[in-house]
Every structure is written in C-alpha cells, then in structure tokens.
Design a protein around this ligand. Sequence first.
Ligand SMILES: [Zn+2]
Length: 325
Amino acid sequence: MLNFSVKGKKLLFLSLLTFFLSATYCQVKLMTGGKWYRGNTHTHARFSDDNDNNDVPEIAEWYKTAGYNFLCLSEHNDHLLKKQIFCHEEITESQNFIMICGLELSKTRHHTALGIDQYIGDEISLQDGVKKTIQSNGIPILNHPNDPKINASEFISTIGLNHLEVFNGGRPEDTHASEQLWDSILSMPNGRIVYAVASDDNHYNKSNVGRGWIMVRSNHLTDKSILENIRRGNFYATTGIILNNYLVSKRNVSVSSSNSDTILFIGENGKILKKAAGQNASYKFRGNEKYVRIKLTEKSGKSAWTQPVLVSKGGIRIKNLEYNN
Ligand SMILES: [Zn+2]
C-alpha cells in the first residue's frame, strides 16, 4: 500500500474527501448531468374518496397526458379495507411514465410514505410513521404542515424527517406559512437541511390535478433513481415556473427560468438577500448567510423553490452543482 500510483493517490484522496463531506453535509452528493423528470408525490383516488368506480386509470392518464414522468398514488392508509400499498405497475410505461408505490399515513399526522416496499398501517405517531417509512425503504414527506400546524421544534425533533410540502394543492393558502416553517427549521441552531416538495394532494377524481409538482434531476427514469434523487434533495418544487439552468459554485449561485418575473434569494429566517427582476439572476455568497435558497415567481401567482444551499464562513458546502436543460 506504500507504492500508490499517482492515479491511485488521487482516487484515495477524492474518496476520502467525498466521505468526509458526505458524512457532514448530505448535499455534496448532488449530481450533475442527468435529465429533469416531472412528478407528483401525493395523489388520491377511489380508496381515499370512497368512490365505487375505479378512477385510477383515468387519473393516471391525466398525469401521463400532461407530461408527467412519475406519479405516486398515496391513498390514506386509514381508509383502506384491504391492507395494501398501491404500486399500479400495470400503468407504468418504462420510457415515459412510471408509478411509484406509496401511501399517505393518516392515522396520526398526515405524511406520505413515498416508495415504500410494504404496507404500513399501524403507526402511532409521526415519529413512528417516519421510522416505519424509512424501514420500508421509503421517503417520509410531511404533508400540509399547517393542517394541523406543526412548529419547527416538533419537526426537528422528528428523526429521519427531511422533506415537507411547501405547497399543497388542496391548501394553496397555507403556502406562506409553510415557507416560514421551512425557513425556521433551516435557521434554528439545532436545525438541519430540509427539502421542499410541491404536490397536488389530488382528491375527488381530478379536482386538484396539476397544481404543484417536483422536477427531479435523475440519470434514469426508474423508481430507484428518482427516489434516490428525491432523498438527496436533487429536485425543485414548482407550481408552474420551469428552470432552464441552475448552477452553484463556491462563489455564487445562479438560476434562469423560462417564465419568472421576479427572483428572490432567501437566507436565514427568511431574509431576502437579493431581489432581481426577470428570468436570470445570480447571487454572490458572503459567507454569513447560513443558507441560500431561491424562489422564483411570476404575475399570475406561479412559483418555484430551489433547495437550500448551506453556506458558512468556510465557503459553501457543495461545489460544481450545475443543471442545464
Ligand atoms: Zn392527502
């Protein structure tokens, strides 16, 4: 082991660096390359709405036709007579559109168990549901965090919970409060990085479809790859603003979109660090922001939210994150 080749030394150094960074800050695993895939993590159908008709094919067809690439049918687990998860593999078309297994755990505090591989029906608390979701290889997402209201300390004390809905199609009026909660979680001394999701929470056939979704950066359209990139925060949430580019370097972050009017760079406790008009903007890190996230808006009310980039005096904790369409 003493006679390393130069290449071997470089690889060892890189793997140690990767290990060190990933052990400390999960964001360093973010990828470059890949493609954007559009999907909805929170949709209901017949079994949540006591509908005798099987409306699943019709609902899935709507998403498919609208250009989505993945969909999770997250039926309420407390409504189900038959204890099962819903995967609907028969709807999957591997090249364009996949179904991801899931449930909305609803016996206590509603949260999506995205991508689970077994039924969960006996959770006794949010923490218990989160634990069982992770044990079932899924991703827990706190749904509509203002219905009922949860505070930042309660969220932070829930181990394993790293995703929340900043936008829920059934409660768009809660968005501002959800965003404030997100900033509080990111800002508290014992806070941690949390990723924001937008979803439809569709009910009653197609009453909420197309309101909010996520765009996931992934190398492949498979449930494994999509879930892994959601887990890592390799996505953004949107109600209709689409990003063209998103670049994070050591010095700055820049973004461009197809249809924004205003771009906000937001830091600790929701502070507006910079406001820019139009479809392109960048922000130079100062080092004391704690985190920087971007919100893009336009006149009719559409928004997009990028995930927070951690910033400290030593510099940002990710490098060369670049998304290009
Ligand atoms: Zn729901």
